[in-house]
Design a binder for this molecule. Structure first.
Ligand code: ACO
Length: 330
């Protein structure tokens, strides 16, 4: 399937503390920390989403010694593109000065794993038919794929709604991958449901028989919470059964950073130590699909992703989407 060669991340400079939010809505640092684990988040001020995505991409390219000309494909996941079209992937291709197939995936917080799945599918396709994803042999540098997850949830947030505005942040993570044996298992899911809604910014069409909604993110937090707690467990059980693994065979559980209590419930269910569940939610909040690749980049920087390290990754989000994978660092 696919092996990751390099990791990158980019965050906007502006830090928003819980105390600052308490001057904007009726909330407190104590409530936010105890209910979510979030202490600060980053928000874009001057940065565009393409800026963040490009910075994360450059770091992943540099860390994998990949020249942009070695890329055969760019896949982005986002629900916050600077434009509906061109896609974020096309905007990044333009910045990198490359002309390769490029497209976006919209799977909300599960988007990074959906993008990994799409990249792995492209690799599999290449072995079956002649597709425009260039290259031929394993290790051929033209087969390198840039996968970016970039989100600017600050632009979808209703900053007067305390139920949601304390939860989210902006950021981008990226990986460079190529055909290889690191990815051992991947599954993507959709459980259609409108408990999390991001309304489009479109204006009404004079031809539409209904009002096209305009507005912000709305969420039934408690129902999403229950969905997440049960699905993370089910996805892990499914992966372990299928791969004949036990929780002790996993070195790190790289989970979507939506709420520290969701991560803790997964950990307590498995009775595993906290250091197997790395987090960055306390610093960045929920950055939708960017959470997992940013966390991977931080783990790489700390030397945690050495050859042979076994990772279970999972995420869930609006859709409701969910995804998980088993990855062995190579
Ligand atoms: N500050 C103070 N009080 C608040 C705040 C706030 N920021 N937000 C809500 N409250 C209040 C509520 O109004 C409610 O008050 P009430 O009892 O008087 O009505 C009270 O706190 C309790 O609210 P609950 O909703 O019961 O709190 P809960 O324990 O469920 O925590 C939370 C809420 C943090 C949103 C939690 O449900 C959660 O994390 N859900 C999951 C969200 C998620 O995972 N989203 C991912 C999908 S989003 C995506 O795809 C990007």
């Amino acid at each position: 399937m696919l092996t990751i060669l390099g990791y990158g991340a980019a965050l906007p400079a502006r830090i928003v503390t819980n105390d600052e939010l308490a001057t904007m809505v009726d909330t407190s640092d104590e409530w936010i920390v105890s209910k979510t684990g979030i202490k600060t988040r980053r928000v874009c001020v001057d940065e565009t989403l393409t800026d963040l995505a490009y910075s994360a991409a450059c770091e992943a390219l540099q860390r994998s010694s990949t020249d942009p000309g070695d890329l055969g494909l760019i896949v982005c996941s986002t629900i916050c593109g600077d434009f509906t079209s061109p896609s974020l992937a096309c905007c990044v291709a333009e910045r990198l000065g490359v002309s390769v197939p490029a497209f976006d995936v919209n799977a909300a917080c599960a988007g990074f794993l959906y993008a990994i799945n799409a990249a792995a599918a492209q690799i599999a396709l290449q072995t079956k038919i002649k597709s425009n994803f260039d290259g031929s042999a394993h290790g051929d540098s033209k087969k390198r794929i840039l996968i970016i997850s970039a989100e600017m949830l600050s632009k979808h947030t209703d900053w007067t709604d305390r139920n949601t505005c304390v939860l989210f942040g902006d950021g981008a993570g990226a990986v460079v991958a190529e055909p290889g044996g690191g990815l051992r298992y991947i599954k993507t899911y959709c459980f259609p449901n409108r408990e999390v809604l991001y309304k489009a910014d479109a204006t009404s069409s004079p031809f539409a028989s209904y009002d096209i909604p305009r507005g912000y993110l709305r969420m039934d937090g408690q129902r999403v919470f229950k969905f997440a707690v049960s699905k993370v467990g089910e996805m892990l059980d499914g992966m372990m059964n299928s791969m004949s693994l036990t929780p002790n065979d996993i070195d790190y559980f790289v989970l979507h950073q939506a709420n520290k209590r969701i991560i803790d419930s997964a950990r307590l269910r498995l009775n595993l130590p906290e250091d197997k569940f790395p987090t960055n939610i306390e610093r960045y909040g929920n950055m939708s699909s960017a959470c997992v690749p940013i966390l991977l980049s931080e783990m790489w920087e700390k030397g945690m992703l050495k050859k042979g390290v076994r990772l279970f990754m999972s995420a869930f989000g609006a859709g409701l989407t969910a995804a998980c994978c088993y990855y062995v660092c190579d």
